[in-house]
Write a protein that binds this ligand. Structure first.
Ligand code: 13P
Length: 256
């Protein structure tokens, strides 16, 4: 069985100027030289992608878009296609983030179309799922996760194949930007459930290979404990990914 290499993805959301972005990339590069056995990715706003790509240079750090439109071109004012992300240097794209779902009305059906478009352009999708506090308190976490997975990965289910490079990210909405992290046990319980869903809908090998990241108030102080859980394969980091002094120790969790 192949071992899953942990991945740490920085979701910058709508933050950082070009100058701040370049400075941060240079600090991250310096902070992880010679570090092996982890994947690192940053996801800046669209307008910063080409500059960040240039700043990354020959580094192994990967670049992701924060969203895309499923059509390849056309009259879609304000939208960006998968091909445009590839042209800007992206290898990955974050899809279905809860902020897209709740603030911009994205549905699992739309996310499914986006996943398909990403794959078609050669991008690896990072598909986000997660329950709200109300859903957790109403004991609906597993139903919501199942609904989101069923809907957002419908085209994989219909084709009965899920590329093992696909990355899933469990981000409980109540833990995003709130300082309230899921305990490692709470996160592990849901991650295990997600892996089981992959196994049931595809096969054991795919379930073993797919990386499941945790997101929601990840910081240097909690990264190691979260990473000690067998089904947590890395983190999708928001606020703490904007500061090198926080993001680097998260990436270097093994040394803390
Ligand atoms: P925070 O790390 O700021 O809670 O954000 C998590 C997130 O939404 C990453 O996609």
């Amino acid at each position: 069985m192949a071992e899953r290499i942990p991945m740490f993805a920085g979701n910058w959301k709508m933050n950082l100027s070009l100058e701040e972005s370049e400075r941060l990339i240079s600090q991250i590069k310096d902070g992880i030289t010679n570090l092996e056995g982890v994947g690192v990715l940053v996801s800046p706003p669209f307008t910063s992608l080409p500059d960040v790509k240039r700043a990354l240079g020959e580094s192994e750090i990967r670049l992701a878009g924060q969203n895309l439109h499923w059509e390849s071109s056309g009259a879609y004012t304000g939208e960006i296609s998968a091909g445009m992300l590839v042209e800007a240097g992206c290898t990955h794209v974050i899809l279905g983030h809860s902020e897209r779902r709740t603030l911009f009305g994205e549905t699992s059906e739309m996310i499914d179309l986006k996943v398909k478009a990403a794959l078609g352009a050669g991008l690896t999708p990072i598909v986000c799922i997660g329950e709200t506090l109300e859903e957790r308190e109403g004991d609906r976490t597993f139903d919501v996760i199942t609904e989101q997975l069923d809907g957002s990965l419908k085209n994989f289910r219909e084709g009965k194949i899920m590329p093992s490079s696909t990355i899933l990210a469990y981000e409980p909405v109540w833990a995003i930007g709130t300082g309230k992290t899921a305990t490692p046990e709470q996160a592990q319980e849901v991650h295990q459930f997600i892996r089981q869903w992959v196994s049931e809908n595809f096969d054991g090998e795919t379930a073993n290979d797919v990386r499941i990241l945790y997101g929601g108030s990840v910081k240097p102080e909690n990264a190691k404990d979260l990473m000690s859980k067998p089904d947590i394969d890395g983190a999708l980091v928001g606020g703490a990914s904007l500061k090198a002094e926080l993001f680097i120790p998260i990436i270097r969790f093994r040394e803390s």
